[in-house]
Design a protein around this ligand. Structure first.
Ligand code: COA
Length: 396
């Protein structure tokens, strides 16, 4: 019997992240998301997701240098982005831009599998047994992953600039991903507190087990396609309003409600009309999403700091109403909407920003899939007609 939405089905093994939806726990490589979010940087998190453990000091410095030195967009990609129609859907622009980046990549090999070291299996699936070999920094697939992760920052910012009809801004090599995204988006260097907060948002969105876009990436990688193609497929899945598209919808909803005093009635009315309230509910979490805990705190701080406290109060009212009427908790998208809004980021960029962070998780899963690959090809339960007699066209 087919299970709708594959709910509860274990579709494969992973050692990257795990969710305990009953207890509201998320771990990256066994570490609590709370510890990672409070103490790591995004770059350190990427190392953790890809290589299975936190880096030592020298390893982190080396990894940061590798990422930060690759942050510039190839001139051909920047030229193509400048010609893209600014009025198009931002996620479609992002898909096209990542495909444009792929055009500048040397073909790693006709046979992707031959780039996967045999010893990677031990490192990436199951317990971390040793410090390597496995996927090393010089592996061609890891090199691609480094380039793509670094280039996503100026790429997403470039989409924003194109949408506004503004010239692209060059990133600064040697600066972090959060810094360069904010700089390339606004045209000026961000203040440190803002950079730190944005960095935390990147950590919180980096990976989330077998979510729809990650599973899409794994299905694509399982055919032994290249990582850029798998990421383009994942961006397509993230675009949907039931997945990453929810954060923009949350911001629109909050701006429509405007007044905290009417929030409860607005939610009640929406629920009576069988509307889904965006930013709430989750297939896995039946209690608070641990990422929402951090984003709520950030929302409070930023809303107060930027004179938009009404937005935080309004969000709290919506949250209380959803708990009272449906016993449904906010997910990662709910408070990220007010956080990004207070950071001065345009609404239509919220989902591309999700991709800017999640690309590291997708790439971790692509490497893990390749390390133990078997083509992902489930079966469908056929419920259509049987033994139908074929009639020639003149008899139909
Ligand atoms: N608003 C109102 N009701 C909701 C809801 C929401 N945001 N999320 C779930 N529900 C209700 C459904 O109406 C359904 O109720 P019913 O059993 O009375 O019909 C029940 O909760 C189960 O929801 P369902 O959509 O079947 O759960 P799912 O596991 O298939 O979907 C989501 C999970 C995330 C797709 C779903 O909660 C949703 O659409 N949320 C809004 C979009 C969103 O925020 N997405 C970002 C996810 S990180």
């Amino acid at each position: 019997m087919a299970v709708a939405g594959l709910e509860g089905i274990i579709a494969g093994q992973t050692a990257i992240s795990t969710i305990d939806g009953k207890r509201g726990v998320l771990t990256y490589r066994g570490l609590s998301i709370h510890d990672v979010a409070d103490h790591s940087s995004y770059e350190e998190t990427v190392f953790l997701l890809w290589f299975g453990r936190l880096p030592r000091k020298a390893e982190l410095e080396d990894f940061q240098n590798r990422l930060w030195s690759q942050v510039a967009l190839p001139a051909e990609t920047a030229d193509l982005i400048k010609q893209m129609p600014g009025e198009a859907n931002p996620m479609s622009l992002l898909q096209a831009a990542v495909s444009a980046l792929a055009l500048t990549e040397r073909r790693v090999s006709e046979d992707i599998k031959s780039e996967v070291p045999a010893s990677a299996t031990d490192l990436l699936v199951g317990q971390l047994k040793s410090d390597g070999p496995g996927f090393t920094m010089s592996n061609p697939l890891v090199q691609k992953a480094i380039r793509l992760t670094a280039q996503m920052a100026p790429l997403v910012a470039a989409i924003q600039r194109v949408m506004k009809g503004l010239p692209l801004v060059e990133p600064v090599p040697g600066k972090g991903i959060a810094f360069n995204f904010l700089r390339c988006m606004t045209g000026s260097d961000p203040d440190q507190a803002l950079e730190k907060m944005f960095d935390k948002c990147l950590i919180l969105h980096a990976d989330h087990e077998f979510n729809a876009s990650t599973f899409t990436a794994r299905v694509a990688a399982g055919t032994l396609t290249d990582p850029h193609s798998a990421v383009v497929a994942a961006i397509g899945a993230l675009k949907g309003p039931l997945h990453g598209g929810a954060n923009t919808a949350v911001a629109k909803m909050l701006l429509e409600i405007k007044d905290p005093a009417i929030a409860k009635a607005w939610v009640k009315d929406g629920l009576e009309k069988k509307k889904k309230i965006m930013g709430f509910g989750h297939r896995m979490y039946k209690t608070e999403d641990p990422r929402a805990t951090h984003l709520r705190r950030m929302s409070e701080e930023l809303c107060k700091k930027t004179g938009k406290e009404y937005l935080y109060l309004l969000s709290r009212e919506v949250e209380a109403a959803m708990l009272e009427y449906k016993n449904i908790y906010p997910n990662v998208d709910f408070y990220s909407a007010s956080v990004y809004y207070c950071m001065g980021i345009d609404l239509e960029l919220y989902t591309p920003i999700f991709a800017l962070s999640r690309v590291s998780g997708w790439l971790a899963h692509i490497l893990e899939q390749l390390a133990n690959n078997r083509l992902i090809r489930p079966e469908g339960e056929y419920v259509g007609p049987q033994n139908v007699v074929y009639r020639p066209i003149e008899d139909r």
